[in-house]
Design a protein around this ligand. Structure first.
Ligand code: SAH
Length: 208
């Protein structure tokens, strides 16, 4: 996966590549999926009509986020828990929020198996509102697509922080990276690659 998919497409951060090598992706896909398919170059269905993102997309978002040990990261959209485990493998303290309780619980069981010592706090609820009582966060990654940056996430991003979110319509989006200027608090947006995610459904995103 690292050699055929991630390196050729320009993922270069050694820490990200190492984390992707270490986290066993096959644990995070459904039980009916073969190990070969688990590491394939595609997203895969998980419960509740959701998906585990393609390996390249996880690597790309993680690289854009610039995670280093000890940073507080908010992940919106726990899904399978795979990206959470990758963030934790980079030494981050991760708070992850998912609207489907069944997915959040399944993810917790997987972390107990593959990374029992990881610093992961999980919440069930509407992540378009962030997790106000545990913020602010040095990094925020949203793994579902929104029409615009939710105001609550803007508010919960610390000075000097970075936020990665797919923005666009319900079909097509662009991966947007926001940086909060440490001096004047301004948020600067840069657009990266086109992408396609499941919708972020919530009070500050798409209606259900
Ligand atoms: N990071 C995940 C990708 C999951 S897909 C992984 O590695 O597997 C996106 C997830 O966002 C879905 O599980 C979906 O249920 C969830 N989601 C959608 N809207 C949400 C919201 N408002 N709050 C929290 N989670 C949400």
């Amino acid at each position: 996966m690292v050699k055929r998919q991630l390196r050729p497409r320009g993922i270069v951060d050694p820490a990200v590549l190492e984390a992707m090598r270490r986290v066993p992706r096959h644990v995070f896909v459904g039980p009916g999926v073969s190990t070969m398919r688990a590491y394939g170059d595609h997203a895969l269905p998980i419960d509740a009509g959701q998906t585990i993102s393609q390996p390249y997309v996880v690597a790309c978002m993680t690289e854009l986020l610039r995670v280093s040990p000890g940073l507080r990261v908010l992940e919106v959209g726990t899904g399978s828990g795979y990206q959470t485990a990758v963030l934790a493998a980079l030494g981050a303290e991760v708070v992850t929020v998912e609207r489907h309780a069944v997915l959040s619980e399944a993810a917790a069981e997987r972390w107990a198996e593959v990374c029992p010592d990881a610093a992961i706090i999980r919440r069930v609820g509407d992540g378009s509102l962030g997790v106000a009582d545990l913020g602010p966060f040095d990094r925020i990654v949203v793994t579902a697509a929104a029409p615009a940056l939710p105001a609550a996430l803007d508010e919960q991003l610390a000075g000097g922080g970075r936020l990665v979110i797919p923005l666009g319509d319900r079909r097509d989006q662009v991966l947007a990276v926001f940086r909060r200027d440490p001096d004047d608090d301004r948020l600067v947006r840069r657009d990266e690659t086109p992408c396609r995610f499941v919708p972020l459904i919530g009070a500050q995103a798409w209606p259900g």
